[in-house]
Design a protein around this ligand. Structure first.
Ligand code: 6PG
Length: 244
């Protein structure tokens, strides 16, 4: 547990160790959510860091998670076809979802085959509203990564998306490849019960230090905008990322 006002920062020797600890936390959260609410709702992040976690959940912890009661969402997605090598959905399917007994109708991808990103954002907002009645979505767990440029989900530095305080999902164009993306907004993320950042590698050390600084500027370090309204935030980092 962390001291009031201090981040709950858990440092591990390497990605393998942090992924195992994070996987054990997912198991505990899933068991508690199913016990209390009959379901476990989790949003996956993209990028490569979560791959080791996905594999652990699909193998070592496969039988510890009540997959028939799990509902999977995404925190963000690249606006590319679902079979594109850059798709977060494709990465999660290959490393995790194709290997566990989760009902197909409980996997909720962002629809990137719609003609326009804005339509896909609206469609995903409707999908979330179908699972989370109320003013904001209350996911049991949102997994997030941190990029070396400071972005998290697809919330990029100086993006107007960082000011969005009504929509749950927005379409954005960023100066990265691929440029068109869909992302949960800051308030949609901040209403989750648990938010877990997974950060590994020396290249992330400056972005992590900026995000955790007392005077962090959310416009420059979007991860600093992530503050659960009434949930818990945990940073799972390796020594290299935490080296600063
Ligand atoms: C994405 C991700 C993004 C990712 C960070 C870290 O779609 O790219 O959601 O926010 O988490 O870029 O990516 P790595 O884990 O690959 O470093």
């Amino acid at each position: 547990m962390s001291l009031p006002g201090k981040p709950d920062l858990r440092v591990f020797p390497d990605l393998k160790a942090l992924s195992r600890a994070a996987a054990e936390s997912v198991v505990a959260l899933a068991e508690a959510a199913v016990r209390e609410n009959g379901r476990f709702t989790m949003a996956l992040s993209g990028g490569s860091t979560p791959r080791a976690l996905h594999r652990l959940l699909a193998r070592d912890y496969r039988d510890s998670i009540p997959w028939p009661q799990v509902h999977i969402f995404w925190g963000d997605e690249r606006f590319v076809p679902p079979d594109d090598s850059r798709s977060n959905y494709r990465m999660a399917r290959k490393a995790l979802l194709d290997r566990v007994p989760i009902p197909e109708q409980q996997i909720h991808p962002m629809l990137t085959l719609l003609p326009q990103p804005g339509q896909a954002a609206d469609a995903y907002q409707a999908t979330l509203r179908g699972s989370f009645p109320g003013q904001w979505p209350h996911l049991d767990l949102i997994l997030l990564g941190l990029a070396s440029d400071g972005h998290t989900a697809s919330l990029f530095p100086n993006s107007s998306a960082l000011e969005e305080n009504e929509r749950w999902v927005v379409a954005i164009r960023a100066d990265v490849r691929p440029p068109l993306r869909l992302t949960l907004t800051v308030p949609a993320i901040n209403h989750a019960a648990n938010i877990h950042f997974l950060v590994a590698g020396k290249s992330k050390a400056p972005a992590l230090r900026s995000a955790l600084a007392d005077n962090a500027d959310p416009k420059l370090s979007p991860a600093a905008a992530i503050e659960p309204v009434d949930g818990k935030l945990v940073w799972w980092v390796d020594e290299a990322a935490g080296s600063l």
